[in-house]
Design a protein. Sequence first.
Length: 113
Amino acid sequence: MESQSYLIAWVWYLVALLVAAWLLWRGGRFLPPVWRTLVTVLPVLVLLVPWTVAEGHEALAPAWMVAIFDGTVQADGSFWRAGKVVVLTVFFSLLPVALVAWAQRRRSTLEQP
């Protein structure tokens, strides 16, 4: 696949991701802020992380796709080549959720008489 094709694929992927994030945000407007952040931020960050398509190859693809492909199709089942990045992304994307929860709890304790 040419680099032009990869660029076009990434543009379409990012547009679809923006639409999905907007739909998640609008759909979660009835949720508390902590849950809304969790429902919006976690999937978007996991879907956004790139990783190399193959070892020694410089083209990038979404890490979750690479992890699934490597784990199911590759002979050695090397899910963790990109899977570790996906797991670390989930771990670190919970940080904004924790910050929103902390800010909300602090605001509620300051407002109490």
